[in-house]
Write a new protein. Structure first.
Ligand code: SF4
Ligand code: FES
Lengths: 248, 222
């Protein structure tokens, strides 16, 4: 099929950037979206032009690296998948596809479609861990009984791949879904209780410092999240945060 | 409030609590208004009580005004911060694909309700203050019904009130249910709670609109 692509091109973090139009023939509907971009780039390189820079790594939906706003939606039109899992059969011959980087003040563009998501790393570093003494005789984690339902919910929260689609989708560029998933995965387990209050306070503080917006419960993040992280996590984080604040 | 302003979650809680307070006030206001349709005498009694009871006048009324101010000032602060958080915007952004219109346009619905409140204050509160303190007229427990009904004689005011009630309904449709999530309440009772909130969002503004229209039509009929 034939496609018209409108892609955000930006030389580096400081330059202004603009949308550039490309025409692509012979796109196969069985190609993945990223393969389609690979073909575009091969053509550009052959012509001596600079290829379009975009983030990708595993190409199987597990690493969270790929990050494109496609036709106004993060990871494109399909639900619960990443861009690398999106296929060209989701588009029609003759379509014009707009491709942009995630937009958030906390995710500055590095080049073309690549944004700096280290804000997420800093949120994680602020409390997304448990401290375990490894000297002496640490208790085996498996020796602590965990209710099945709690373990499942914690695991679901832990499936967040840190892609940033929640921020990209949210009209407020809020990082609540990501942060709440990272808070919840520990809040639901006995191992996470020791540092629970500090964790939620520090992670929320870092999230606010990074300049993400305030959640207004529109639910866009939950719809666009490739891993189906639910809004219940945000409520849990709000709860944890309020209790931690009241306890002082 | 400065400590609260630092935390995004506490800002939301302030928004939720002030919102819930205003939601509960609406029910009281609605009950009094409804009495104007049922029994003018009852309406006069209620109105006189609200207008002259010192507890209502000097405690409840300032709290209510503070609630309104906190809610809309915080709303504007949140909106400004949220716009800044996006930075450079998208060329194409399909907000309708993942979030309902009402949830994305709380500024619009809230802004209209706020503008309405200015008119509503002018219509009733300023009138009351002038009556009581500027003209210093004597208490007259029987004047309220006639005064209120007279307000709904002009078509333009009735229409503005009805439009405002519609936007109030949209605002409540998202805001009421959303306040629970902001306070961390999301459990097995939530679907029922959300249903109730949406029911309330239709019935209360709908009721207000009905009362305004009732008085307008009632006048036309006579
Ligand atoms: S919550 Fe979902 S959308 Fe947000 S970073 Fe995690 S996986 Fe991506
Ligand atoms: S490249 Fe790893 S999730 Fe898409």
């Amino acid at each position: 099929m034939k496609l018209t692509l409108k892609i955000w091109r930006q030389q580096d973090a400081k330059s202004k950037g603009k949308m550039v139009k490309y025409n692509l023939d012979n796109v196969d509907e069985d190609m993945s979206f990223l393969e389609m971009l690979d073909i575009l780039n091969e053509g550009l390189i052959e012509k001596g032009e600079e290829p379009v820079e975009f983030d990708h790594d595993c190409r199987e939906g597990i690493c969270g690296t790929c990050s494109l706003q496609i036709n106004g939606r993060p990871h494109g039109p399909d639900r619960k998948i990443t861009v690398c899992q999106l296929h060209m059969r989701s588009f029609k011959n003759g379509d014009t596809i707009t491709i942009e980087p995630w937009r958030a003040k906390a995710f500055p563009v590095i080049k073309d479609l690549i944004v700096d998501r280290s804000a997420f790393d800093r949120i994680q570093q602020a409390g997304g861990y448990i401290s375990v003494g490894t000297s002496g005789n640490p208790v085996d984690a498996n020796a602590i009984p965990v209710e099945k339902e709690m373990a499942d919910q914690s695991f679901n929260a832990a499936t967040c791949i840190g892609c940033g689609a929640c921020v990209a989708a949210c009209k407020n560029a809020s990082a609540m879904l990501f942060t709440s998933a990272k808070v919840s995965q520990f809040a639901l387990l006995p191992q996470g209780q020791v540092e629970a209050a500090e964790r939620v306070q520090n992670m929320v503080k870092q999230m606010d410092l990074e300049g993400f917006g305030n959640c207004t419960n529109t639910g866009a993040c939950e719809i666009e999240c490739p891993k189906g992280i639910s809004l219940e996590n945000i409520a849990r984080m709000n709860r944890e945060y309020l209790f931690a604040s009241v306890k002082g | 409030m400065s400590g609260m302003l630092k935390s995004s979650i506490l800002r939301k809680v302030v928004m939720a609590l002030s919102g819930l307070f205003l939601v509960s006030f609406l029910l009281l206001h609605f009950s009094i208004n409804l009495s104007s349709v049922i029994d003018p005498e009852l309406f006069n009694q209620w109105s006189h009580f609200m207008g002259y009871n010192p507890l209502v006048q000097y405690v409840a009324q300032p709290i209510l005004i503070a609630g309104v101010i906190v809610h809309f000032v915080m709303g504007f602060i949140l909106e400004a911060q949220n716009r800044a958080a996006r930075g450079k915007g998208y060329v194409q952004y399909k907000g309708s694909a993942n979030a309902p219109w009402v949830s994305r346009n709380m500024l619009l619905s809230g802004g209209v309700v706020l503008a309405f409140l200015a008119l509503h204050f002018y219509d009733f509160w300023v009138h009351e203050m002038t009556y009581k303190y500027v003209d210093a007229l004597p208490e007259d427990p029987a004047r309220y019904y006639e005064e209120t009904v007279a307000k709904f004689v002009p078509m333009w005011r009735t229409v503005i009130y009805m439009i405002s009630f519609f936007l109030l309904a949209l605002h409540l449709w998202h805001g009421f249910a959303s306040s629970f999530q902001s306070m961390g309440i999301n459990n097995k009772y939530t679907p029922a709670l959300v249903k109730f909130a949406k029911f309330y969002a239709i019935v209360i503004p709908g009721g207000f609109a009905f009362i305004a229209l009732y008085h307008h039509l009632n006048h036309l009929a006579h």
